[in-house]
Ligand binder design. Structure first.
Ligand code: NAD
Length: 278
């Protein structure tokens, strides 16, 4: 299984499809990540707040896979933005992961009411300079947040990881990011199962036409839009299904039909709005 890579604006590359471990029980994480690595995933997306970095680290350690073949992301939690605390936070994450660097470190949320995300971004720049994170980026940043950190530091994030799925395509931030060379990572790529995405004619008809599952069609849509995805599942069968998306191509008409699933009024959002999470 060869997973395509995308280039980042800092000269590094990222596997376009990975495995996300949000809500994977810490007690089950080592098993789930080991299974993911066995079926071919090489990119793991975790976060300090998920509480399962140790399980990710244990699975990596026992896998025997050379470090250079793996891509590991973790994230700075909201209560660690101030002072030098981001340095302590990355040290704790690396200890739990059993790694001396992560491939990508993200500011998890801007928490705009606290007025400290520019500071957090400055600290991530230091963390990258120390070699503790190869690439740095942000998550849940909207255009005003991105504009502010870039204006303050002249350092453009490598990625912005945002809620993105067919009913919530975030056209404003994705257009801004494309213009600045920021890669978009889609979180909740399957809509977290919170609305009937798989039953829509656009998805169901494409699935039937290609002999693929609705989930595979939606993941394929993300990939063809150049988004990075890391669907979450703890079931071996679905782990295999979600990576088996490189043997078919959606037509332009099929892509357009899925594009049209966004009501474009923001009502398709299933998670918290970044301005409301502080
Ligand atoms: P998702 O859209 O990947 O949905 C996951 C759910 O979809 C699973 O619980 C499962 O019920 C279902 N599913 C998975 N594979 C399926 C399949 N083949 N067929 C049918 N149903 C299937 O949502 P997510 O887990 O929230 O997002 C993916 C990853 O994004 C997370 O694991 C995490 O790494 C990241 N994330 C980041 C943030 C952030 O704030 N940065 C927030 C949420 C998630």
């Amino acid at each position: 299984m060869t997973i395509p890579t995308l280039s980042l604006n800092d000269g590094h590359t990222i596997p376009q499809l990975g495995y996300g471990v949000f809500k994977v029980d810490p007690a089950d994480t080592e098993r789930a990540v080991s299974e993911a690595l066995e079926v071919g995933y090489r990119h793991i997306d975790t976060a300090a707040i998920y509480g399962n970095e140790e399980g990710v680290g244990a699975a990596i350690a026992s896998s025997g896979i050379p470090r250079g073949e793996l891509f590991v992301t973790t994230k700075l939690w909201n209560d660690r933005h101030d002072g030098d605390d981001p340095h302590a936070a990355i040290a704790e994450s690396l200890e739990k992961l059993g790694l001396d660097r992560v491939d990508l470190y993200l500011v998890h949320w801007p928490t705009p009411a606290k007025e400290n995300y520019v500071h957090a971004w400055e600290k991530l720049i230091e963390i990258r300079e120390k070699g503790l994170a190869t690439s740095i980026g942000v998550s849940n940043f909207l255009v005003p947040h991105l504009e502010r950190i870039v204006a303050a530091t002249q350092v453009v994030p490598a990625v912005d990881q945002i809620e993105l799925h067919p009913a919530y395509q975030q056209r404003e931030v994705t257009a801004w990011a494309a213009d600045k060379g920021i890669r978009i990572e889609s979180w909740g790529p399957l809509g977290q199962g919170k609305y009937d995405l798989f039953g829509t004619p656009a998805v169901a008809e494409a699935a039937a036409a290609h002999g693929k599952s609705p989930a595979q069609v939606v993941l394929r849509w993300h990939l063809q839009k150049d988004f990075i995805v890391f669907p979450k599942s703890v079931h071996a069968e679905r782990l295999r299904e979600n990576i088996d998306v490189f043997d078919f191509t959606l037509t332009d008409a099929e892509i357009a039909a899925i594009d049209a699933l966004d009501p474009q009024d923001g009502s398709g959002r299933v998670g918290t709005h970044p301005n409301e999470f502080n």
